[in-house]
Write a protein that binds this ligand. Structure first.
Ligand SMILES: Cc1cc2nc3c(=O)[nH]c(=O)nc-3n(C[C@H](O)[C@H](O)[C@H](O)COP(=O)(O)OP(=O)(O)OC[C@H]3O[C@@H](n4cnc5c(N)ncnc54)[C@H](O)[C@@H]3O)c2cc1C
Length: 502
């Protein structure tokens, strides 16, 4: 049986435009300005993207201090199994993720080739494999059409349309458009997206005439393994982003996705301060100071004054470890979904899915959101290159299991007959999207000179989304502190003034 890298299965996706134009500086150029000092808190893709764009536009007019707790990359990180590194957090990029693709090229990195062959994915509903790919493409196609019929065609049109609209953001940002709120940014891509933020994915698909079997199996499995949430919880926009991953040519960065934020921070010339920020205070003349503790928990010097502070981290409701003088961050915070990536080197218990070792799919996506695991699939390491052998049988295969809670020994035993090695990574992975839970007005601008990149996550969370959020906040800083001419409401994609509430 040929093996694939199960990319298609875990595809969080994201969209972008087809153009291969290099980033131009034209629209983001700024008039000669007074030197400004900016603090960015958070060294994931959102914070490092913001630093990169600020440096690109403001050059020597800007000094950036980037505070980060832990490794640069945040939720983009690898885990070691048997001496090799595997993507433990954000793994998959969509073929149309423009920023991630262009940075890969600009920084001399390479896309990792997928292993040959189609591999096989199966959808498990808790009792049976309701759908299974074949080694033969046409058999897979026939099975898909027989089970999901024209809903597949409808999905293809929906995703194509969505990607085309989504890709407008690149032009808008290139032209210097900046948005104070998430809803404004999403509406600027297309007014069709705005109502999608306010209905569940199930409601949206039902209205479009999709059948229950499609919603309960294919859509549910895709969302469950991507976001660990159901079609009744996810808004239709993030749900569509999840479904857009059902395309070929998903990719990753050879050597690890974390290299992108690392390179971004290098190119930004930001001073990286390895510290946890606890409090942001305001001075009498409207500047900001930062109280932080270093890796040994020692208080750091807090005398530096900043013109602006960019928060590039999730604000997790009721467990905020960071406060800002005069701003109630809880109003901008929401719940986050825990997800556990458990790597197991060993062999799965094929009979758990009524299979034999030979017939077992390479990836199992679970459509029943109440089951104790969300997905299970074989992975290759980040340094794997085309032509290198990949074990297709035996106990040297490496499997990644997603679950909401850590797997107990009994649960692991139910899934694997041999466990040679186990490595577990815990994440607060994504916002929890139930409509009543999300902040009512996710905003990038929290107050004058204070910004929040991750407001974008309340529309949808992914590497490319944070990269877009980072650029948006850079544009806001350029507008507010460097006199850059940016627009927000009049962006040409939408005539009406967008609503600002979810
Ligand atoms: C298991 C998992 C799988 C995923 N799969 C995909 C995928 O396949 N494709 C995809 O596109 N996306 C995926 N994602 C989502 C993706 O990882 C995120 O959307 C994206 O990486 C978020 O980047 P960020 O910079 O906004 O936030 P983070 O990456 O969370 O960065 C925030 C940074 O701020 C630091 N920080 C926090 N508080 C403080 C403080 N007080 N002081 C200083 N520093 C602080 C953190 O340590 C961290 O380094 C996945 C996420 C997870 C967890």
């Amino acid at each position: 049986m040929k093996l694939r890298r199960v990319l298609g299965c875990y595809g969080v996706l994201f969209c972008l435009c087809q153009t291969s134009a290099k980033f131009s500086q034209s629209a983001n150029e700024i008039p000669q300005a007074e030197r400004r000092k900016i603090a960015i808190v958070g060294g994931g893709i959102g914070g490092t993207s913001c630093a990169y764009w600020l440096q690109k536009a403001a050059g020597d007019s800007i000094d950036i201090d980037l505070f980060n707790y832990g490794k640069i990359g945040g939720r983009i990180a690898t885990a070691n199994v048997n001496g090799k590194r595997y993507e433990a957090g954000a793994s998959i990029l969509h073929p149309e993720n423009k920023y991630m693709a262009q940075w890969t090229e600009e920084f001399g990195l390479h896309k990792q080739d997928s292993p040959d062959g189609v591999g096989r994915m199966g959808i498990w509903n808790g009792h049976e494999l309701v759908f299974e790919e074949s080694d033969w493409r046409w058999v897979t196609f026939f099975r898909m059409m027989r089970r999901y019929g024209f809903d597949l065609l409808k999905l293809k049109f929906h995703i194509t349309d969505m990607l085309a609209k989504f890709s407008r953001i690149y032009r808008l940002q290139e032209q210097g458009n900046a948005f104070d709120s998430t809803v404004e940014l999403i509406t600027a891509m297309s007014e069709d997206f705005t109502p999608q933020l306010n209905v569940t994915l199930r409601h949206f698909l039902k209205e479009k005439g999709y059948h229950d079997v499609f919603i309960n199996e294919l859509a549910s499995a895709a969302e469950n393994c991507n976001y660990g949430q159901s079609s009744d919880e996810l808004n239709a926009f993030v749900g569509s982003v999840g479904l857009a991953g059902a395309v070929p040519d998903l990719w990753a960065v050879h050597g690890g996705n974390f290299q992108i934020p690392q390179k971004l921070v290098e190119h930004s010339k930001a001073k990286v301060i390895s510290a946890k920020v606890n409090h942001v205070a305001k001075t009498a003349d409207g500047k900001y100071t930062i109280r932080a503790t270093d890796e040994n928990d020692n208080e750091m010097d807090a005398s530096t004054e900043y013109d602006a502070v960019v928060l590039a981290l999730p604000l997790v409701r009721d467990s905020l470890s960071l406060s800002v003088e005069g701003v109630d961050l809880n109003k901008h915070a929401g719940p986050y979904q825990q997800l556990i990536s458990t790597f197991v080197r060993g062999s799965p218990r094929a009979e758990a899915w009524h299979k034999t070792a030979e017939t077992m799919p390479d990836a199992i996506l679970v459509s029943d959101t109440k089951l104790f695991y969300k997905s299970l699939g074989q992975w290759v390491d980040v340094d794997w290159s085309k032509g290198e052998p990949i074990p297709t049988t035996g106990t040297d295969r490496v499997w990644k299991v997603f679950s909401v809670e850590p797997l107990t020994n009994a649960q692991l035993k139910a899934l694997f007959e041999v466990i040679e090695e186990k490595n577990e990574v815990r994440w607060l992975a994504y916002p929890r999207y139930p409509l009543h839970d999300v902040p009512k007005q996710p905003t990038f601008t929290l107050s004058h000179g204070l910004y929040h990149v991750n407001a974008i996550e309340w529309a949808a969370s992914a590497m490319e989304m944070s990269a877009i959020g980072g650029r948006n906040v850079a544009l806001l800083v350029l507008r507010d502190f460097f006199g850059a001419k940016t627009t927000g409401g009049d962006h040409g994609a939408s005539a009406a003034k967008p609503a600002t509430e979810l």
